[in-house]
Ligand binder design. Structure first.
Ligand code: FNR
Length: 192
């Protein structure tokens, strides 16, 4: 079954490791998955008052891009053992207005990365806490705490090690399975 997946990148730096991880996921995606990075850096900070006067155009566009996707992959660095504000803002923007969350029921995967040893474990699990409330079935295995990511890529952003490539492929393959299991009934029948 074919699925489109929105990929969010939780770093605004010019050449972040997180975007390199996201780009590698895009490049390594199996045939059934089309991954598209959805930008979050220009989203105004969430403020519920703005919903009343008509939400900012950036919010509307972002919400539509999430709605069009069958699933979401959150790629994130760790900031102070938590997730970066820019990614939390994207979660909040997509989750509202109340009752109209763009994320609801879409399968999700969380891929955290760090040049350090812990692989962004704290950010990964803080993010998962929000995904419970957003009612997103989340990929459990393989767990994706990518550590020492400074060693993952060459100058062109290509993955240098086979075991890294295999881990990213395993994450994508498992996520494809999760998407298949949660695909709406109409999509399942169309594929039969
Ligand atoms: C960090 N960094 C970091 N690393 C980590 O493993 N655990 C942490 O809690 C933190 N905390 C933290 C806070 C802040 C404000 C910054 C700027 C950085 C280091 C971080 O992992 C490193 O800068 C990564 O390279 C950030 O990811 P990108 O921007 O390269 O994708």
């Amino acid at each position: 079954m074919a699925h489109t997946v929105a990929v969010l990148v939780g770093s605004l730096r010019k050449e972040p490791l997180t975007r390199k991880v996201a780009n590698a996921l895009v490049a390594l995606a199996p045939e059934g998955l089309t991954l598209k990075i959805v930008e979050i850096g220009d989203l105004p900070f969430y403020n519920e008052d703005l919903e009343k006067s008509g939400p900012p155009a950036e919010w509307t566009q972002f919400r539509n891009e999430i709605r069009e996707a069958d699933g979401v992959i959150f790629t994130t660095p760790e900031y102070n053992r938590g997730l970066p504000a820019v990614l939390k803002n994207a979660i909040d923007v997509g989750s509202r207005p109340y009752g109209q969350s763009a994320y609801a029921k879409k399968p999700a995967a969380v891929v955290s990365q760090s040049p350090g040893s812990l692989g962004g474990f704290g950010a990964n699990h803080q993010l998962r806490q929000s995904l419970v409330f957003l009612d997103m079935p989340v990929l459990q295995q393989p767990e994706a705490y990518l550590n020492h990511t400074g060693d993952y890529f060459d100058d062109k952003g290509e993955v240098v090690k086979d075991d890294t490539r295999q881990l990213l492929q395993a994450i994508l393959g498992a996520f494809e399975g999760l998407l298949d299991r949660h695909a709406p009934a109409t999509q399942k029948h169309a594929a039969e």
